[in-house]
Write a protein that binds this ligand. Structure first.
Ligand code: LLP
Length: 413
């Protein structure tokens, strides 16, 4: 059984017809498959089974508590970028001691709280941040475990908005300056040097930039060792791309095997997001109106850029599948556009589909950076999320109501 596949002309999520889910939970809707999340995580786990390792799922890609809970039950660690994400992990039953804290702008309050809770490691992004972590740890009388996120200056060959490992990007510390930070950390009794970290970008489909980054990090680890600074773990970040549109991408097992062959007995940390949840979700939206202008055919759907931003923001491609074609459908090349008042509000462009008003269309590979990037623009309540496991299903986030959206606002008097 494929996770999302057609059976008797109807798209199913595991064993459940998507039409049933739409009827029960309404439109638009995010639908996730539990088994797909699990099997994607298992790929990493199996590939790393003979090596000391910690898989730190990148919470930002899909932070729904149900997703986090499924991964926590598998024993996963987590990569968080805010104290809010850390609290999500804890609420979902995850272990904070298996969390790395990444991100360029950790606030004083976040550092204090994370130190108090006790996390695996801070991924340090600048010297100022390291100084701040140091002074907070000193004042709290605790030792902060740190790893420096190095910027290896390699081109990840991905969309420039999601490339992070070039000198011109805001992330990490120049690999040359990192040595100085490690020396400083090593001399401090409130910091414990534990790792080296890098993350060069997302939706990477070729392994060579990742291996270049790995080599640079290993060179740094050797230099550190020659000065007596011992590194326990190497965090290779996330970034493995998924197949949105018959794209050739990285084979996780062989990539991890290559990594293992170079790192000796170092513990490997990995921070995958998209490659765990991307293929495990679909976004389903209903065709409200068909509108044929002289040279363009538009299907106006009830989902919009506030629900699924990736097409508008990155020109990203999600395959569009009609959940169940109706006999009165019209074949053509359609732009799927939402009701938001922006020309940039589109979900898919120029797709050959047979559509009728009232049909449901599923946008595939929408498990990552999809709901988690949604907003309330145009005062649109965020949609419901549903988890499916075999023939079972339930809501894992209720659809927001309009009243909730301005509950916290006040008239100025
Ligand atoms: N670690 C760090 C420090 C990160 O910044 C990210 C993602 C990850 C791990 C996970 O990367 P992944 O395995 O998911 O590629 N919104 C964009 C993607 C932004 C990625 C941000 N960082 C999109 O929709 O394509």
């Amino acid at each position: 059984m494929n996770t999302f596949s057609f059976n008797d002309g109807v798209l199913h999520a595991e064993s459940v017809p998507v039409t049933d889910l739409m009827e029960q939970y309404g439109s638009p809707l995010y639908i996730y498959s539990k088994s797909e999340v699990e099997s994607n995580w298992q790929q990493y786990s199996q590939a790393l089974s003979d090596q000391p390792h910690l898989i730190c799922y990148s919470v930002k890609s899909n932070s729904n508590l149900a997703v986090l809970n499924i991964l926590a039950n598998l024993g996963s660690g987590f990569d968080v970028v805010s104290i809010g994400e850390l609290h999500r992990v804890i609420s979902a039953g995850g272990d904070p001691a298996k969390c790395v804290f990444s991100g360029v702008g950790k606030t004083l309050a976040e550092i204090q709280e994370a130190l108090g809770i006790g996390i695996y490691c801070f991924n340090i992004e600048s010297e100022s941040e390291m100084d701040r972590v140091l002074s907070v740890a000193e004042s709290m009388g605790v030792i902060a475990p740190i790893s420096v996120r190095v910027n290896p200056d390699v081109d990840a060959k991905t969309h420039h908005y999601i490339s992070t490992g070039l000198k011109e990007n805001k992330f990490g510390v120049d690999i040359e300056s990192a040595l100085g930070l490690y020396r400083k950390a090593e001399n401090s009794s409130s910091l414990r040097v534990c790792g080296v970290d890098y993350h060069i970008g997302s939706q990477i489909t070729e392994v060579s930039p990742l291996m270049d980054a790995l080599d640079k990090a290993l060179e740094l680890i050797r230099k550190l060792a020659s000065e007596g600074i011992k590194i326990e773990h190497l965090d290779i970040g996330g970034g493995v791309g998924i197949n949105y549109d018959n794209t050739q991408t990285i084979n996780i097992s062989s990539y991890i095997k290559d990594v293992i062959s170079r790192v000796g007995d170092l513990e490997i940390l990995v921070e995958p997001g998209r490659s765990i949840v991307g293929s495990a979700g679909i976004f389903v939206t209903k065709v409200e109106y068909l509108k044929q202008n002289s040279n363009k055919s538009f299907a106006i759907v009830d989902g919009a850029m506030n629900d699924l931003l990736r097409p508008s923001l990155y020109n990203a491609h999600h395959n569009a599948l009609v959940v169940q074609e109706s006999v009165e459908g019209i074949s053509g090349n359609w732009d799927l556009v939402g009701p938001v008042c922006e020309t940039g509000d589109f979900i898919a462009k120029d797709r050959h589909l047979t559509l009728a008003e009232g049909d449901y269309v599923a946008l595939t590979s929408a498990g990552a950076y999809s709901f988690s990037m949604s907003s309330n623009y145009n005062t649109r309540p965020r949609v419901a999320e549903v988890m499916v496991s075999k023939n079972q299903h339930s809501v894992v986030r209720e659809r927001e109501t309009v009243a909730e959206l301005f509950n916290n606002e006040k008239i100025f008097e």
